[in-house]
Design a protein around this ligand. Sequence first.
Ligand code: PLP
Ligand code: COI
Length: 339
Amino acid sequence: MENLDWKNLPFGYIKTDYNVRCTYKDGKWGKMEVSDSEYINLHMACTALHYGQEAFEGMKAYRGKDGKIRLFRWDENANRLQQSAEGVLMEKVPMDIFREAIIKAVKLNEKFVPPYGTGASLYIRPMLFGSGAEVGVRPAKEYMFIVFVTPVGPYFKEGFNPVKIAIIRDSDRAAPLGTGTFKVGGNYAASLRGVIKAHNAGYGSPMYLDTKEKHYIDEIGAANFFAIKDNTYITPKSSSILASITNKSIIQLAEDLGLKVERRPIAVEELETFEEVGACGTAAVISPIGEINDLDMGKIYRYCPDGKPGKLSTKLYQTLVGIQYGDVEDKHGWITIVE
Ligand code: PLP
Ligand code: COI
C-alpha cells in the first residue's frame, strides 16, 4: 500500500479489500462469507434501522518489529459483544465465529496492516444487528454479523500529547439502568450533541457526568476516564459506562508497577486534586488530558504544566503499547499472533 501515508493516517474510514459476514437465520448461524462490497442489502423494516437493535466492537491489529500481526485480548471483545447482544436482546455471536471472522478479515486485508514504527494500526470493527423485519417493538428473528477493517492513526489529533476535554451538562449519553454498559449504537447517537458541543467549543471530546446527580465523573466520549494521585490509579465506578478493555489492562499494569488501584465514584470537584488525568480506550489508547473545562460552570482544571504527559501516564502508555506491538514481554497472555 505504497500510496498510504501511514504516519499521518487519520482515525477514519479507508476502504480495504474485503469484509466478512455471517447471518443468523431460521435459528442458526449460516456459512461465513467474504465480500468485496462496502454495501449491504438491508430490509427497510429491519430492527436495526428502526429500533436501534445493534451493537459493535472496536479492536486493533498491530504489526510488530518482527513483521508479525498481533491481536490484543480479542476474547474480551468477543465476550463484550455477547453482553451487548444480551443487552438489546440479539442473538449472541459464538466465540469461534467471532474469532474466525476477525482473523479472516485481518488476513484478507493484510496489506493494510500499517508497518511497525508508524504509530498506526488496523482497526477492526465487528458489528451485529437485527436484520429481520419487524414493525412491532420486538427483537428480530434474523441477525447479521459483519467484520470490516480499516487502517487508522491516533483518535485524538494530539496523539500522545495532552488533549482538552469539555464537561457536558445539558445532554446525557446513557441512563443509570439504560444501555450505557453495552456497546450499542444508540449510546453514540445520544452522545453526538455532546461531541459536537465540545468540538465547537474547541475541545477534543465531551466528558459525561453521572446522569442522576451530575456529581460524579462517568466517562469521556468514547473512552474511560482515569486519574492518578498519591501513587494511586483511580477510575470511575458507574452503572452507565462501558467496561473498557484498555482500562482493565491498564489497571493490571498499574498494579504490576506497584500502584494502588481504586475503582470508585469520583466527584467532579476531585479533579482539583489529581496529579495526572487521562482518557483510555482502544481508539484513544492512553490520551493524557491537559485541560478539563466545565463549560456550564465556567471552571477550568489544568494539568501537564510543562505541556508534557505525566510520568506515570507515560510509563503505562509505553508498557501497554509495547505489549501491543510486541516490544514488551506479554506477561499476562494478552496477545494472539495472527498466523
Ligand atoms: N467507553 C466508550 C463509550 C467507548 O466507546 C470505548 C471504546 O471502545 C471505551 C470506553 C473504551 O473501551 P475499550 O478500551 O474496550 O476500547
Ligand atoms: C473504540 O475505542 O473502539 C471506540 O469505540 C471508539 C469509537 C466509538 C470511535
